[in-house]
Design a protein around this ligand. Structure first.
Ligand code: ATP
Ligand code: MG
Length: 379
């Protein structure tokens, strides 16, 4: 709609007739004040503004319009009895949508200008509409993303609370079973049951601990208790532990591991044990493991090699991902698919790397590296 502002009703009438003849919808105001009121209520494509009016003149109206966000972009055609230089026409008016026509009005010239502004207005309107719908789309997606993040956070929190809550009753079940075990040592059959119960409790416990670790990683709450220690000692203790649990496995250890490392000993032990228990789990036929350590370019590298089922090339890059299990292994071997994910995080946080080599049917070698510490330089 076009707003015609003029103090003379005859002028308004003439312009209205001319414009409506050419299918432009119009509205009118007989003073600057009325025009301002109307622009606040309606939206106009163009304002045709008489310069000389009693009260607020055309320039003042334009000045006020330019100060308001909702109206500052409405183009204006000034009507003036004398030829006004453009630079006098409101300094503040930003849109550049300003023109002037001298009185007496030449209808053709006025129409031409109105058409130009109207076309611009239409184009702007379409652009704005597009922009609005884009903005809506973006907001919609942002909201969806936020909701997804919130849901994922709730899931993490649930996992964290659930695994935490499971730990306590499990610990007391374990304690009672151990008590029973001690008081019923005479009956071998019952003792056998109890031993199996304890083994299952331990399994359940390590599942819960793994879940808790996973959720700690997710929440950035996996904390390390760092000290300097000799890697050799850690390696030996880990191998001893595995040898006790799996006495029928032959574990060969070679290489150089006498190096000082800075880190969380318990967490790094967890990595070695994880590599070894995987190696044992995924090589059901050949009961042999080879561990090799070496020192290269300031890093200590440990490898755990098995002669088991191996991992297809296309799955190798994924095994360190959370909950990832190579297809086909899930049916044959139990697991959550978080062991290597936790290892990867622990090693990454110690500024080391994890990687592997593997061939289906022949076996796998899992590696990790750790920077060798220099306590003198660090202190
Ligand atoms: P858990 O969380 O109890 O450790 P998992 O052993 O399945 O379960 P990861 O230790 O993270 O999980 O290992 C991920 C997957 O990588 C395994 O499911 C298995 O498919 C494959 N994998 C890991 N180690 C070996 C290995 N030594 N030989 C063959 N496949 C392996
Ligand atoms: Mg595992």
């Amino acid at each position: 709609m076009i707003l015609i502002v003029d103090d003379s009703p005859e002028n308004i009438f003439t312009l209205k007739t001319l414009l409506e003849l050419h299918a432009f919808p119009t509205d009118s105001a007989s003073s600057g004040e009325e025009a301002l009121k109307k622009t606040l209520r309606n939206s106009y494509a163009l304002i045709i503004l008489d310069v000389q009016m009693p009260g607020m003149d055309g320039f003042e109206v334009a000045e006020t319009l330019s100060g308001n966000n909702a109206t500052k972009d409405i183009p204006i055609i000034f009507l003036s009895a004398i030829n006004v230089e453009k630079k006098y026409i409101t300094k503040g008016y930003s849109s550049g949508g300003i023109d002037y026509v001298t009185k007496p009005i030449d209808p053709d010239i006025l129409l031409l200008r109105v058409k130009t502004f109207y076309r611009l207005y239409e184009q702007n309107r379409v652009l704005n509409q597009m922009q609005d719908s884009l903005r809506l789309e973006i907001e919609f997606r942002k909201a969806a993303q936020k909701e997804a993040q919130a849901a994922s956070k709730r899931k993490d929190e649930f996992m964290s609370i659930a695994s935490h809550e499971l730990k306590t009753p499990l610990a007391s079940v374990k304690a009672y079973v151990q008590l029973l075990d001690r008081s019923l040592v005479k009956d071998d059959r019952i003792k056998g049951y109890l031993d199996r119960t304890l083994a299952q409790i331990n399994k359940l416990n390590s599942l819960i601990v793994d879940l808790l670790d996973t959720s700690r990683i997710e929440n950035g709450r996996l904390k390390f208790n760092e000290t300097f220690f000799n890697f050799n000692k850690l390696l030996k203790e880990s191998v001893d532990m595995i040898s006790q649990i799996y006495p029928d496995y032959k574990i060969r250890v070679s290489g150089e591991s006498n190096a000082l490392v800075k880190g969380d000993e318990t967490r790094l032990e967890q990595v070695i044990l994880n590599y070894m228990t995987n190696a044992i789990k995924y090589s059901p036929d050949i009961r042999e493991l080879e561990l090799h350590s070496s020192v290269q370019d300031g890093f200590l590298i440990l490898s755990v090699k098995d002669f088991g089922i191996g991992i297809p090339k296309e799955n190798q890059a994924d095994v360190f991902r959370k909950f990832y299990r190579v297809e086909g292994t899930a049916q044959r071997f139990q697991g959550l698919g978080v062991g290597l994910y936790i290892c990867f995080e622990i090693i990454r946080r110690h500024n080391g790397k994890c990687w592997l080599e593997s061939e289906v049917g022949k076996g796998s070698t899992f590696y990790f590296s750790l920077p060798i510490a220099n306590p003198i330089a660090e202190n």
